[in-house]
Design a protein around this ligand. Structure first.
Ligand SMILES: Nc1ncnc2c1ncn2[C@@H]1O[C@H](COP(=O)(O)OP(=O)(O)OP(=O)(O)O)[C@@H](O)[C@H]1O
Length: 200
């Protein structure tokens, strides 16, 4: 599987954010998107996820599932955790599994892996920032998709959480997945760097 972008142009609010951007990532590979604030890291992830339309250029996934679109093969984890505060931990995960569709893996096991098994019935409103991020990570495990698009994924995770997450990313790569992560901090795994704009 190979995800590639060629000659990508991103325009937001009438202003060109980047142009002529090329990238590629293969199965088993992680790419860390780096660059100064406002250089377009989040925008690139949103272009790949189909949440923004490029003003130019192409994005293609070769070797994926030909019956699914690229966005249907991506997990997009934004830097804000998309959780419903009134729903419990387990209800939020069930919501996402229904929304994303496809085969559902062991939700309870996912919550144990991310360290939230003691809080399954707690409303998401009561979770700490790190716990909210852990619940978002459980989505990645409950519904399997090969392309992980992660925006500042380690934000709010404590040292043990970062280690746990690094293990999840390594497992995903070992299974043939690929990761594109926008980050200002080390990801905790080997990753090729894709720099957008000038030096940070
Ligand atoms: N909804 C929007 N409308 C107009 N401009 C936007 C919008 N969202 C982002 N932008 C602009 O697009 C540019 C790129 O933003 P983006 O969030 O992709 O940058 P980033 O590299 O992820 O930044 P950071 O490191 O601060 O997270 C910025 O100049 C930003 O102001």
């Amino acid at each position: 599987m190979q995800l590639s972008g060629r000659g990508l142009v991103c325009v937001r609010g009438g202003r060109e954010v980047f142009a002529g951007l090329d990238f590629e990532a293969r199965s088993g590979e992680a790419v860390a998107v780096v660059g100064r604030n406002g250089s377009g890291k989040t925008s690139l992830l949103r272009l790949i996820a189909g949440l923004l339309v490029p003003a130019g250029g192409t994005i293609a996934l070769a070797g994926g599932d030909s019956e699914l679109t690229l966005p249907e093969q991506c997990h997009y984890l934004g830097h804000r955790d998309a959780l419903k505060p009134a729903l419990s931990v387990v209800e939020n995960l069930a919501f996402w599994a229904d929304f994303l569709g496809g085969e559902r893996f062991d939700a309870e096991g996912s919550l144990t892996t991310v360290g939230l098994d003691h809080a399954t019935d707690l409303p998401a409103a009561f979770l700490s920032a790190g716990q909210r991020r852990r619940l978002s990570l459980a989505r990645l495990l409950t519904v399997r998709r090969p392309v992980w698009l992660l925006d500042e994924p380690t934000t709010a995770l404590d040292a043990a959480g970062q280690d746990m997450f690094a293990g999840l990313m390594r497992d995903h790569l070992t299974r043939g997945g690929l990761i594109i992560a926008a980050t200002h901090a080390p990801l905790g795994i080997d990753a090729r760097e894709l720099r957008i704009g000038g030096a940070a």
